[in-house]
Design a protein around this ligand. Sequence first.
Ligand SMILES: [Zn+2]
Length: 132
Amino acid sequence: MKFSMIKTLAGKHQSSVRKIMRKYFHDGHFQIQYQSNDKTRTIQLYDSGFKKQPIFLNKAKPKNSRELTNRLLNNRCEWCGLEHHSVSSHQVRKLSELTGNNIWEDKMLQMNRKTLILCPHCHKLLHANLLS
Ligand SMILES: [Zn+2]
C-alpha cells in the first residue's frame, strides 16, 4: 500500500520513487511541511496503512423484509379476497416479464410486486388462463 502510494505520487509528479521518498519521508513518516502564520508546520499524511474495518454481522434488515411473509400469513387471496387456509404465491422472475395483457398481470404491475397471493382455486384458474 505504501509503495503503491509513493509510486502513484512519483508518476503524478513525473518524478522517481527515490525523489518522492527523499522529499516526503522524514523520521519514517510520510509528512508534508507547510507554512502557516509564519510558522513551519508538519502534517502527517500516512502512518501505517489503512486498518481493517470491523465487520458488522447484524446489519439492519430492510424495512419490508417480512412483507411477503405477512401477505402469506394473512391467508387471504389477493384476487377474490376470500380467506383460505392454504394460499400460495404466484410469482414471476422480473416485473418486466409482465406484459399487462392479463388482468392479473395488470394487478401485479399496479401493486409493483413480483408475487400474487392466491387461493388454490384462483391459482388454478390463472394457470389455465381463465382468471378474470
Ligand atoms: Zn382466490
